[in-house]
Design a protein around this ligand. Structure first.
Ligand code: DGL
Length: 280
């Protein structure tokens, strides 16, 4: 049998198919921007499931059903991998998605392990939705990785809704943020994990309020590194030429969601509606 070196065109390593990325709404754009920066040749399809946002107020069955519909649509568009850019959908639905779809499903995970290794004060804060913090998966992460650190979990009702409306200015966000951050500061946290993909859009105000003594971790970087590993080992990377194409979709009303996406993405986008709820 002749030795055949792997070429750049080897189908198992080069794959021009897009990567699907979804969230309940616009929060997953904070993950998309890392993916686009770190993997600039990849074609990306983003779906903001805004008609169903926030997921946090829905039952586990509803979130799982919706995540399956969205993931199925991304697979129909030819996605070679899907990123669940939503902590809430991850803790509720990732196991079902992995069982159903035969492509890499890369998902969020609150960065308890690196945070616990990083803290010097011994106290780590986590901001996330109530549903994420109440999940068995979160409790399990804390048990496995807290490594003696005190994990101070703070649910943040209302923050997702502010970001969904594009209300990022401190005048609107500070009242809620100070209510959620003060208890963590009182516990002398020196590391803060952003456990919801909407929250990085509030980072300037959050870091202003916590001060420079608190290191803030956005798990999106680690998630993107994991995506890169899964592309290299399984799904294949984009060909070595050209910049990736980005396409944006929503189940919400494009005239409402579009301006918020443009505000957060900081560029004009063409937004098309898919998977909208049926009107009776
Ligand atoms: N961005 C989602 C997350 O990371 C928001 C959750 C929701 O829609 O309730 O958890």
């Amino acid at each position: 049998m002749p030795f055949l070196p792997r070429s750049e065109d080897d189908a198992s390593h080069v794959n021009g198919a897009p990567i699907g990325v979804f969230d309940s709404g616009v929060g997953g754009l904070s993950v998309l921007r890392h993916i686009h920066e770190m993997l600039p040749r990849e074609d990306l399809i983003y779906l903001a499931d805004a008609a169903y946002a926030p997921y946090g107020g829905r039952s586990g069955d509803e979130i799982t059903a919706r995540a399956r519909v969205v993931c199925g649509w991304l697979v129909e568009q030819g996605a070679k991998a899907v990123v669940v850019a939503c902590n809430t959908a991850t803790v509720v639905a990732v196991a079902s998605l992995r069982a159903e779809f035969d492509i890499p499903i890369v998902a969020m995970e609150p960065a308890i392990k690196p945070a616990a290794l990083m803290t010097r004060s011994g106290a780590v804060g986590v901001l996330a939705t109530e549903r994420t913090l109440a999940s068995e998966q979160f409790q399990d992460l804390v048990q496995r990785y807290a490594n003696g650190a005190r994990i101070v979990a703070q649910p943040c009702p209302g923050l997702v809704e502010l970001v969904e409306r594009g209300h990022l200015d401190p005048a609107r966000t500070m009242p809620l943020l100070s209510r959620y951050l003060q208890p963590l500061l009182d516990e002398h946290i020196d590391v803060l994990v952003l456990g919801c993909t909407h929250y990085p859009f509030l980072l300037p105000t959050i870091s202003h309020m916590t001060g420079s003594g608190v290191t803030i971790i956005d798990p999106a970087v680690a998630v993107t590194q994991q995506l890169r590993r899964r592309l290299a080992s399984d799904a294949g990377m984009a060909p070595h030429s050209g910049a990736g194409v980005l396409r944006f979709f929503t189940s919400g009303v494009p005239d409402v969601v579009g301006p918020v996406i443009e505000l957060l993405w900081q560029a004009p986008v063409q937004l098309r509606q898919v998977l909208a709820p049926h009107h009776a």
